[in-house]
Design a binder for this molecule. Structure first.
Ligand code: GCV
Length: 737
């Protein structure tokens, strides 16, 4: 990382100003040089692990200093733990503490397991129920010395505890009187990379894939270690390296060597490597003439392939599969079910302790049924037929990662099958990398949604953490927003979505606001004059995107293919269910998809109390109105306005919120390092322009259908509809290849 010598704003500046008055200018210049501090250039590479010394104006920086570091354990995870603590404490305290093998002085930090440390064992801390990944952080007296203890049953728990402790220090929390007990709710907390082997990232807006396949295994980019550190810091313990639209080559010996090299970097950080498996691989790289899961040769091929993978990577996690979806091969090509396909692969990895994550993102345009209903129709009859090491991976909503969707009806619909949540961290539908859209409120809204399947409180979070139906195998996946860009995620604020995903994967009870505060403090500053406005921007941002792209339950109204910008007019083409008009169904009378019992009856896929609400236009929350109902343009809204006026005002509200975010950010000039401030400012300007574009184009289109006048005082779109329809973006990033 480049280093540069800059003058930081701290107490030294002020004393210098005072000194200026009394000292000769030459002397002051010398004093300035003396107080100048070498700081990291702020290019975003360090993510939330900057370990910057507490800044001036920070609220309550920890007064406690760690004087001695004792990490118990041998190479592997404990070495990673020691290195991270040394790095973190050196930055945060302005110097690394002394290393030791045992606590010998006050102010020590003792980290490890009772098995590795007699001093931890003697404390007799209750570690029951924490599993391998949980930990305790306790202020204790060790052999007569005041000590902070991070204790866990296994080394990885101690690493997670170390990161927790560093988070406390980074956010200025005191280290006194600590008594923290943490364990993750979900077993598998993973990223899904939609990265192709040629380094193109599908729906990726942060450069190329970080996996430099061509140079692997000979060249292990140091970035892999930093990726592992960042993920471990938020408790992510798995990564699927390649796109679900998979290339079978990743399973060839040449690529498996490369995968094994990556797995070696991930291992000390508790991260297992997984691969997306192409269902037709036995034909493409195995020389068979079928991939039928009932065929003995096919079964043998997968078993042998699994043996080969595990011989190279003993802790390999397993396979993720997209089958019979959007053109991918699958068991239905042979008249077999999704369960047949999943179970065959599950049997291949089971002897090695592997799992299969089988995606439920399936729909077919040959099927006349509402696309929102198809996954449920396909999978619910299979409930109870999947083998024990299969997780069915379900997107948060029934369509496709829209800015807002109701929760997927499969949550609660398959009690005998462990369901894994799939969120999208990358912002395919929320403005790519240039729009500021903090997605934690979206994740939180879905996790907190009540399925009512076992009465009130049957939240989606409880479905996926297994507590509702007694499943031990549990998981969550986030489609990564990581690429080769220096700042990893394409924008500084998109790092927050990676961070928030991990934090919620660890503990779904955390609030999106608290996570935003934590992230802001670590990423930008502990200064309340920064934290409050930045968190305010973040918390308003997702709703702003909903407003300017289409509020009140509108969905799938973006540009065709690349999904960049507005496209409510999109119709025709290869598939009806890839058009906008299929979803908004606007006509002269009204707008919205009738999914009530009188329409497609998608509402009946939810438990009765939820179905009742969604079926009733007067009880459906307005944010889902047009998702479930086709209503007249004059439909009275709770505001007292007709629907058309409300919709138009929401578009304006979205643009206005972005304008406000931009103003707030401009006010932070001088409080945030210049490089990051400038890029965020430029991106907010892009967002404001594009929000305006979304608003203008959408109003122009829907007005051409509704024929209604704009509400009083609302500005008409500056161009005719044809102007917006004619815009083309042939090289927009992230499109399917
Ligand atoms: C990986 C959407 C995206 C596709 C993606 C697909 C999926 O359709 O646009 O790019 O493919 O979801 O989740 O499989």
């Amino acid at each position: 990382m480049p280093r540069m010598l800059t003058l930081t704003r701290h107490a030294g500046d002020l004393s210098c100003v005072r000194a200026m008055r009394t000292l000769a200018s030459g002397l002051c210049a010398a004093l300035l040089l003396f107080t100048a501090t070498a700081v990291q250039a702020e290019d975003g590479y360090a993510l939330w692990l900057r370990y910057a010394a507490p800044d001036a104006g920070a609220a309550g920086p920890s007064a406690t200093r760690v004087t001695q570091l004792v990490v118990a354990g041998s190479p592997g995870v404990p070495s990673a733990t020691r290195e991270e603590l040394q790095r973190g404490l050196a930055g945060l305290q302005g110097g690394a503490p002394a290393n030791g093998d045992a606590v010998t002085r006050a102010g020590a930090l003792l980290v490890g397991t009772p098995a590795a440390s007699p001093q931890i064992a003697r404390l007799g801390l209750d570690l029951d129920g924490l599993g391998g990944e949980g930990y305790r952080i306790r202020s204790a007296v060790v052999d007569g010395h005041a000590t902070t203890v991070v204790a866990a049953n296994e080394d990885i728990g101690a690493l997670y505890g170390a990161f927790h402790l560093l988070r406390l220090l980074q956010t200025g929390q005191p280290l006194d009187g600590l008594d923290i007990r943490e364990a993750p709710r979900l077993a598998v907390r993973m990223l899904n990379h939609w990265d192709n082997l040629d380094r193109y990232v599908e729906r990726g807006y942060a450069g190329q894939s970080i996996w430099d396949w061509h140079r692997l295994p000979g060249w292990l980019d140091p970035r892999y270690t930093d990726y592992a550190r960042a993920n471990a810091s938020i408790g992510i313990n798995g990564t699927v390296l390649n796109n679900v639209n998979a290339n079978a080559d990743v399973l060839t010996p040449m690529y498996l060597d490369k995968v094994a090299a990556i797995a070696g970097v991930m291992r000390p950080y508790g991260i297992k490597v997984y691969l997306s498996a192409r269902f037709s691989a036995p034909m493409e790289i195995g020389g068979l003439d079928t991939a039928d899961p009932a065929d003995a040769d096919v079964q043998r091929w997968w078993r042998t392939k699994a043996d080969e993978v595990y011989a190279l990577i003993p802790d390999f996690g397993g396979f993720l599969v997209k089958a019979n979806s959007e053109g991918q091969p699958g068991p239905q090509d042979y008249g077999r079910s999704h369960a047949d396909g999943a179970n065959m692969l599950a049997d291949a990895v089971a002897p090695h302790g592997g799992i299969v994550m089988w995606r439920a993102f399936v729909y077919s345009d040959e099927e006349p049924v509402d696309r929102a209903k198809q996954a449920y129709n396909e999978f619910v009859p299979l409930d109870g037929t999947f083998h024990d090491n299969v997780l069915v991976q379900v997107k948060n909503g029934p369509i496709d990662f829209q800015p807002r969707e109701p929760f997927h009806p499969l949550f609660g619909g398959m009690p005998k099958t462990p369901l894994m949540m799939e969120f999208q961290i990358t912002k395919e539908y929320l403005g790519f990398s240039t729009h500021l859209a903090y997605k934690a409120p979206l994740y939180e809204e879905v996790l907190d949604a009540d399925t009512h399947v076992q009465g009130p409180g049957s939240t989606v979070a409880r479905v996926i953490d297994g507590s509702l139906d007694g499943h031990a195998l549990t998981g969550i996946a986030g489609v990564a927003n990581i690429g080769s860009d220096r700042n990893w995620s394409g924008s500084h604020f998109d790092q927050a979505n990676w961070y928030a995903f991990g934090r919620l994967a660890w503990n779904s009870d955390l609030s999106s606001r608290d996570i935003a505060v934590e992230w802001t403090r670590m990423t930008f500053s502990n200064d309340p004059a920064v934290v409050e406005p930045v968190v305010g921007m973040m918390m308003a941002s997702r709703e702003a995107v909903v407003d300017y792209t289409g509020a009140l339950g509108l969905h799938h109204v973006m540009g065709r293919g690349h999904h960049y910008g507005p496209g409510p007019w999109v119709e025709g083409g290869p598939r009806a269910d890839w058009t906008s008009v299929y979803f908004h169904r606007a006509d002269g009378n009204g707008i919205g998809f009738d999914r009530t019992r009188r329409g497609s009856d998608a509402v009946s896929q939810y438990a009765a109390p939820v179905a009742e609400v969604f079926d009733d236009v007067t009880r459906t929350p307005e944010e889902f109105l047009l998702w479930f109902h086709h209503v007249p343009w004059s439909h009275p809204m709770r505001s007292g306005r007709p629907l058309w006026d409300e919709l138009v005002l929401r578009y304006d509200r979205g643009v206005e919120t972005v304008r406000g975010m931009r103003e707030t950010w401009a006010g932070l000039d001088g409080r945030i390092d210049a490089g990051r401030h400038a890029q965020v400012a430029a991106f907010l300007a892009i967002q404001q322009d594009e929000a305006q574009w979304w608003r203008d184009a959408s109003i122009a289109y829907f007005q051409s259908i509704s024929g209604r006048p704009l509400p009083a005082g609302v500005a008409p779109p500056p161009h005719p509809l044809e102007h917006y329809k004619a815009l083309e973006f042939p090289h927009a990033p992230g499109d399917t290849q």
